[in-house]
Design a protein around this ligand. Structure first.
Ligand SMILES: [Fe+2]
Length: 327
């Protein structure tokens, strides 16, 4: 069961879900967040439209795509992108509450459903037959920040239906997701965490999840505040990118789950990414890492962005199994 944690949570705003599927009640704090996030998105899109650097970036990517097509690599890159792997990772923690020993977290990130036709079907195939206790989604459901809801919500509905997770689905937003998606995702039964925490209780034990808004394009003090003010205990941070991993480590989180980088998407042989898409914490570009006493995992993402290809990298859905270690 997902529960609001006890304690002093005056500054942690959790949307209350009324029984009977009536949908979430938008709290004043969530409403305020939506207004400022939407304004930030409008500013971002305006700046980008007028930015010569963005146009240059696009030109380089278009030229690279053209090069791949002319020299016959493009088809292989698309096939690689559709070849989503499943990864199972067992992680041991001395502080894991006993009731969560063996707890299975399905982690899906960055499907970018609007980039490549076929990603949705490939992802749904991969989700089939995975039984988890909890599913966490760490953002970038679409590529276009201004993607209309009638395009972004249907694939999310189908993905939600394909996920089997006893304790439900918890999500954060990525830098490509607009604020308007939060409420419709909640209507699908996905618990969207925007700089807030919730607890999952089992047999008298509990773990705490804190989810932040995106910290790549839309970083605000609220994200760090949510991490700093979460209650004590075994805590898991859900953040779209690993760019505030050090903040979570300082705040005593045991585990940090994110995505955003697509594992580099286009990598050199051996998997070394050409581009990390990270402003900081670039060492955390993919897979498992450590930051202080915290373990982190950067999911390679199910999908792709900009060019619909992967080289020396594969998309993934991850099943993370928490184990209790004798201290
Ligand atoms: Fe992202």
């Amino acid at each position: 069961m997902l529960n609001r944690p006890d304690g002093n949570f005056d500054s942690i705003d959790v949307i209350d879900m009324p029984a009977g599927g009536a949908g979430p009640t938008l709290s004043p704090r969530r409403r305020q967040w939506m207004i400022s996030r939407a304004a930030g998105e409008a500013r971002f899109l305006r700046c980008r439209r007028n930015s010569p650097w963005f146009l240059l970036d696009r030109l380089q990517l278009d030229l690279f795509g053209w090069f791949l097509k002319v020299f016959g690599f493009y088809g292989a890159g698309v096939r690689n992108a559709l070849d989503i792997q499943s990864t199972e990772i067992e992680l041991s923690f001395a502080g894991l509450p006993r009731a969560f020993d063996g707890y299975r977290i399905l982690h899906v990130s960055d499907p970018h459903f609007d980039t490549l036709a076929g990603i949705e079907a490939a992802l749904l195939r991969r989700l089939d037959n995975i039984d988890a206790d909890l599913c966490v989604l760490t953002g970038d459901y679409m590529h276009r920040l201004d993607c209309p809801l009638d395009e972004s919500i249907p694939p999310m509905r189908r993905m939600t239906a394909a996920i089997s997770a006893h304790d439900g689905i918890v999500a954060t937003l990525g830098n490509h997701d607009n604020a308007g998606m939060a409420a419709p995702l909640e209507d699908l039964g996905i618990r969207v965490l925007v700089n807030e925490s919730l607890a999952i209780e089992r047999g008298g034990d509990r773990i705490v999840l804190t989810g932040t808004d995106d910290v790549h394009w839309f970083r605000t003090d609220e994200a760090e505040k949510a991490l700093a003010e979460a209650p004590g205990g075994f805590k898991i941070a859900l953040v779209h990118s690993p760019e505030i991993a050090h903040v979570a480590a300082r705040a005593g989180y045991a585990l940090y789950l994110g995505g955003h980088t697509h594992g580099g998407q286009i990598c050199l042989p051996g998997g070394r990414p050409l581009i990390s898409k990270l402003a900081n914490n670039r060492a955390f570009v993919s897979g498992l890492w450590r930051c202080g006493g915290m373990i982190g995992f950067t999911n390679s993402g199910a999908g792709v962005s900009y060019l619909p290809v992967r080289f020396n990298s594969r998309g993934e859905v991850a099943l993370i199994v928490l184990k209790r270690r004798a201290s």
